[in-house]
Ligand binder design. Structure first.
Ligand code: PMP
Length: 315
């Protein structure tokens, strides 16, 4: 299998070959998970030449908020972070869909778990990425026995490296039980989100998702779907979701940068709706892909287009 990694990374202030973007095994972030990251998609436009970066300023803003929670001191504004990401996309000049992973981390080789005085760095790398979950069929999900980490332990709204141990516990459990994805409840016993994605359900034509105070990541795809739905006349509710509502919902789907839109066919072995992709999910999925592929310019302000430069592609 060829490596999905693209050739260049941003590391310690400059663009270097990905193979040179390395840190020591003793680094604070490696030992304690004291990092935060973003996951951003660049979609190949229908013109075959342009990479459409989805909601780049929003991802930059969220990463800087995660960095703030980590007390990271970085010489980047939202604008300069976005510009740095664009420069790396230009340099890598991907020929297909790409995933961009900016990573803020505590960079000192230091033994004490703390946030202050242990150095802060930014690295960015990219890979080619198609579908992360199989979106052509409905997924099997389970309600995990692992609980989503509460805000006053490790805040879910910070996209922290260490939190993904929790996500990994839940994902493994799902896969070992023959499912594709886990649904985590929070410490109050209410629905939080998937292992690395947000959750929506549809009941009686109303699109429902959990509030940002339910120990979830404040998903940018989630926010986009709420907007797409309300602009399309689909009623939306943002409120706590009970576990039992999952089992009687007409439609359930996950969304996020990685999963994009993934319809759920069953939860804990109980079929959702008739087990196929429901009409609301299908409508939102179509609106979403028309936007990211540049087939509709209604949400053009969500897209940062980066044209492939012939010279960059050849060098
Ligand atoms: N929740 C978690 C825990 C995630 O890792 C992700 C993926 N970033 C999401 C939700 C979805 O967020 P977004 O739409 O911003 O990618």
């Amino acid at each position: 299998m060829t490596s999905p990694m693209l050739e260049y990374a941003f590391f310690e202030g400059r663009i270097v070959p990905f193979a040179e973007a390395n840190i020591s095994v003793g680094t604070h972030v490696v030992q304690y998970g004291t990092g935060a990251f973003a996951g951003i998609r660049g979609y190949l436009d229908a013109d075959g030449e342009t990479i459409n970066i989805f909601r780049l300023p929003d991802h930059a803003a969220r990463l800087l908020n995660s960095a703030k929670l980590l007390r990271a001191e970085l010489p980047f504004s939202r604008e300069s972070l976005a510009e740095t990401i664009v420069s790396l996309v230009e340099r890598n000049a991907p020929t297909g869909d790409a995933y961009i992973r900016p990573f803020v981390y505590k960079s000192a080789v230091q033994l004490t778990p703390r946030l202050r005085g242990v150095g802060d760095e930014l690295a960015i790398y990219m890979l080619s990425l198609g579908d992360y979950l199989d979106t052509s069929r409905g997924l099997k999900a389970i309600v995990s026995t692992w609980v989503r980490i509460p805000d006053n332990a490790i805040p879910g709204r910070g996209k922290f490296s260490g939190s993904y141990v929790n996500a990994s516990f839940a994902k493994d459990e799902a896969e070992e039980k023959g499912a594709d994805e886990a649904i985590l409840l929070n410490t109050a016993g209410k629905v939080a989100e998937g292992s690395a994605c947000n959750l929506f359900l549809v009941r009686d034509g109303v699109l429902v998702t959990t509030p940002i105070t339910s120990d979830i990541l404040e998903g940018i795809t989630r926010r986009s779907f709420l907007r797409l739905a309300s602009d399309d006349g689909i009623p939306t509710e943002t409120r706590e979701i009970d576990r039992s509502e999952l089992y009687i919902a007409d439609e359930v789907f996950f969304c996020g940068t990685g999963v994009q839109v993934a319809s759920v066919a069953s939860i804990d072995g109980r079929p959702i709706g008739d087990g196929t992709v429901g009409p609301v999910t299908a409508r939102l999925r179509d609106l979403f892909f028309d936007t990211v592929r540049g087939r509709s310019d209604r949400y053009a302000d969500w897209i940062t287009p980066v044209r492939r430069r012939v010279s960059a592609a050849r060098s």
